[in-house]
Each structure stands twice: as structure tokens, then as C-alpha cells.
Design a protein around this ligand. Structure first.
Ligand code: HEM
Length: 390
């Protein structure tokens, strides 16, 4: 019996009898049937025999799934932060932490550990066990999703590698994404650890690094996935090249995402909930300034909010240029998607501010930031696609 699937050759003599071979071959005759079978059996000594069979389409679907999970993760991460749940689990137990506390005694132990943290002592003193369970929930879901993404990335990666389904030139890219994922777990813990001593909140700089690393993973999955999808359609396709307009739009966006994380991490969204002015002024007078001056761009909540408000128009301009390029090259759908995504994102930002950071709106603003990033990447990829080398 032999089967040929997707270019993989599997040879097996299981269930084959000499008579069947003799009958089937007819002219071969009985003696020849035995010889034929012996030859087959020796071929199968090393079963299964696998030949390289790249599966770019399957790989691209898998990478898009991982990217979608990272998007969900960013939204849950936002809700975790907005509900101030992020410091409720004080240990990092990658394997045993998969299960939540199951008995009363386990809940009490978990609660007791939280009660020793600065956040409990200074912000949540007197919190009941029921309230603790609520904040525990979001952090638990956030970490569980992180583990799930790790598994859904690593296990299929091993399987694809074993089946030799990874096209040439993509192995190191996928290994790089895996390494970024492992790094992100460590950064997440490094960020939480910053809020477990002395200060009851996490460092906004670590929050920004955590968010940007998540978005780097998202971007890598999406971009490599799009390259693989193109390869699935045309076996001569080469990895796309990022167009100049895409580089500008992305650079401005990354800067804006960093300031968004600073606004969030410094709780700067709760100051000056008016728009377009901050109170009655474009920039409030009498704001205490830090020295040296540059520190204000990182540590001064009012300055950080001011920059985030106005840099949005820089992002809009960058995205506008990319959209113009898309329209010029008749990628009208991408042009329209870019303009819609940036308009929705700016509107959600303004709404977040005006509502005094209402959780559903702020979480949507955070999620939409990822959608905007994805739209820019996909549009840029469509403009930078390349066929066979000239
Ligand atoms: C292209 C435009 C924008 C992008 C990509 C963007 C992105 C982000 C991101 C990613 C965050 C959350 C970071 C985190 O939680 O770690 C954030 C927070 C925030 N953004 Fe924006 N933003 C944009 C425009 C605006 C505008 C125009 C406003 C207001 C005028 C605004 C107001 C806010 C506020 C108040 C927060 C803090 C909300 C919170 O505490 O969760 N954003 N932004």
C-alpha cells in the first residue's frame, strides 16, 4: 500500500500479502511477487520517508490566528490595567499557575499574598475576598491567554518543522517570533514586579515596552503570514518590501503607541478631560515642569497627554500619505480602510478623554490601535508585494 499526500511520500507494506501482490501484478507471477514485496519491505525500513513539502498557506492561516489572539490579548491586557487588576497575582508560576485557586484555603493563601503588596496596603486596604476574586479574574485570563498563545505558536511550529513544511528562508523568522514571545513573558513579569515593591503601580516605561513588544509580535505574525499567503498563491513570490510611505506611517504610529502607553501608565487620561483645549488653554499654564526638560516627555503626565493628543494628527498625516499612495495605485479598498481606521481611532481617543476614561471606550481605543497597526501593515504589504526576482 502506498499513498502520496501533499508531496510527502509514505510507503508501507502493512496488510499486504504476497498473494495479493501476485494477483494484482498478474504478469509478475508468484516468485516475482515475493521479490517485489521484499524490495518494498526494504524500502520501508525507514518509514515514513518524508520529502520536503512546503505548506505556505497553512502556515499563513496559523500565523493570522496567532495575530488575532495577540489582538485579543492586548484588549484583555487593557481591561486588566483599567480595572487595576494587574498586580493581583504576585507570583509567576508558568506551569502551576495555569490553574486558579480551587479551594477556600487556596483563595485565602492567594489573598494573603496580595494583602502584603503596596497596592493592597495603599490603594485597596479593606478589600473583600469577593472583590479580590474580581480583580484576580482579569489578570488570570490575561496570563492564561498568554500561555495559550505560547502553545498555539510553539506546538504547530514544531509540527510544521517536523513535516518540513516551512518554506526556505522562513525558519529563522518563525524562530525569531518564538523568541520574541518568550521575551514578552519575561517582560510582563518584569513589569508586574515593578509594582510589587514600594510603589503600588507598574512603571509606565515597562508598560510601554510590554505593549510595544506585544505589537511587534502581532506585526511579525501578520507580515510573515502575508508573505506566506503570497507564496501560497505564487510560488515565485518573494517577501514584500516595506514602501517608504509605510515606513513613515509606522514610525509615527510606534511613537504614538509609546505615548499612549505613557498616558495610560501615568493615569494621565484622568487629567484635563476636555478637547481640543486642555481646560481653557491649549497648554495649561502653571504646570510644574521637570528638569532636565526632556524628562517631561516621559514622566510628566500633562506633557505626555499633550503630546499624545497632537501627535495623533501626525499619525493621521502619515496614514493619509500611505492611503494616497494606495489610491494612486488603485488599491482603493486599502486606501479607504486606512482612512476609516485612523478616523475611528482618533474619535475613540477623544471619547476616552471626554468620558474620563470609561473602561469599554478606553479598551476599544486600545484594541483599535492594533487594528490600525494591522491595517497599515496589510496596506503596505499590498503595495510592496514582489514577484519572482528579475
Ligand atoms: C492615531 C491615534 C492614536 C493612537 C494610535 C492611540 C493609541 C493609544 C494606545 C495604544 C493607548 C493605550 C496604551 C496602553 O494602555 O498601554 C492610548 C491611550 C490613551 N489615548 Fe490614545 N491613541 C491615539 C489618539 C488619541 C487621541 C486623539 C486622544 C485624545 C485626544 C487619545 C487619548 C488617549 C487617552 C486618554 C489614553 C489613556 C486611556 C487609558 O488610560 O486607558 N488618543 N492611546
Amino acid at each position: 500500500m502506498s499513498s502520496l499526500r501533499d508531496g510527502d511520500t509514505y510507503l508501507s507494506t502493512k496488510g499486504t500479502c504476497p498473494r495479493a501482490i501476485g494477483k494484482a501484478t498478474g504478469a509478475i507471477g508468484k516468485a516475482e511477487g515475493f521479490r517485489h514485496m521484499r524490495a518494498m519491505a526494504s524500502t520501508t525500513a525507514a518509514t515514513p520517508v518524508r520529502a520536503a513539502a512546503p505548506r505556505p498557506r497553512a502556515l499563513s492561516v496559523w500565523l493570522f490566528l496567532v495575530a488575532a489572539m495577540v489582538l485579543a490579548m492586548v484588549v484583555v491586557g487593557g481591561i486588566t490595567r483599567l480595572t487595576e487588576s494587574g498586580l493581583s497575582i504576585v507570583k509567576w508560576e508558568p506551569v502551576s499557575g495555569t490553574l486558579p485557586p480551587l479551594s477556600d484555603a487556596q483563595w485565602q493563601a492567594e489573598f494573603a499574598a496580595y494583602q502584603a503588596t503596596p497596592q493592597y496596603l495603599r490603594v485597596n486596604a479593606g478589600m473583600s475576598l469577593g472583590e479580590f476574586k474580581n480583580i484576580f479574574f482579569w489578570e488570570y485570563v490575561h496570563r492564561l491567554l498568554g500561555r495559550l498563545i505560547g502553545l498555539i505558536f510553539a506546538l504547530p511550529l514544531l509540527w510544521f518543522a517536523w513535516r518540513r513544511a516551512i518554506p526556505k528562508g522562513y525558519g529563522w523568522k518563525l524562530a525569531g517570533i518564538l523568541a520574541l514571545g518568550a521575551l514578552q513573558g519575561a517582560i510582563g513579569w518584569w513589569m508586574v514586579a515593578s509594582g510589587l515593591v514600594d510603589r503600588p503601580e507598574v512603571s509606565h516605561i515597562r508598560l510601554a515596552i510590554h505593549l510595544l513588544t506585544a505589537l511587534a509580535i502581532f506585526s511579525a505574525c501578520l507580515w510573515v503570514g502575508l508573505d506566506l499567503r503570497a507564496l501560497g498563491r505564487d510560488e515565485d513570490a518573494r517577501p514584500a518590501r516595506m514602501p517608504t510611505a509605510g515606513i513613515w506611517a509606522l514610525s509615527l504610529l510606534v511613537l504614538q503607541l509609546m505615548f499612549g502607553a505613557y498616558v495610560a501608565g501615568l493615569d494621565a487620561g484622568f487629567a484635563y478631560n476636555s478637547w481640543p483645549k486642555m481646560g481653557d488653554e491649549w497648554f495649561p499654564s502653571g504646570v510644574p515642569m521637570l528638569s532636565p526638560w526632556l524628562r517631561n516627555l516621559v514622566d510628566n503626565p500633562i506633557v505626555v497627554q499633550f503630546v499624545h493628543r497632537w501627535l495623533a494628527w501626525g499619525v493621521a498625516a502619515g496614514v493619509g500619505v500611505l492611503a494616497f499612495e494606495a489610491f494612486r495605485r488603485e488599491r482603493n479598498l486599502w486606501g479607504a480602510a486606512l482612512i476609516a481606521a485612523v478616523a475611528v481611532q482618533i474619535s475613540l481617543g477623544i471619547a476616552t478623554l471626554l468620558t474620563g476614561v470609561r473602561i469599554p471606550i478606553a479598551a476599544a481605543h486600545q484594541g483599535m490601535a492594533v487594528v490600525l497597526l494591522g491595517t497599515i501593515l496589510a496596506a503596505a504589504h499590498s503595495l510592496g508585494r514582489r514577484g519572482a526576482a528579475a
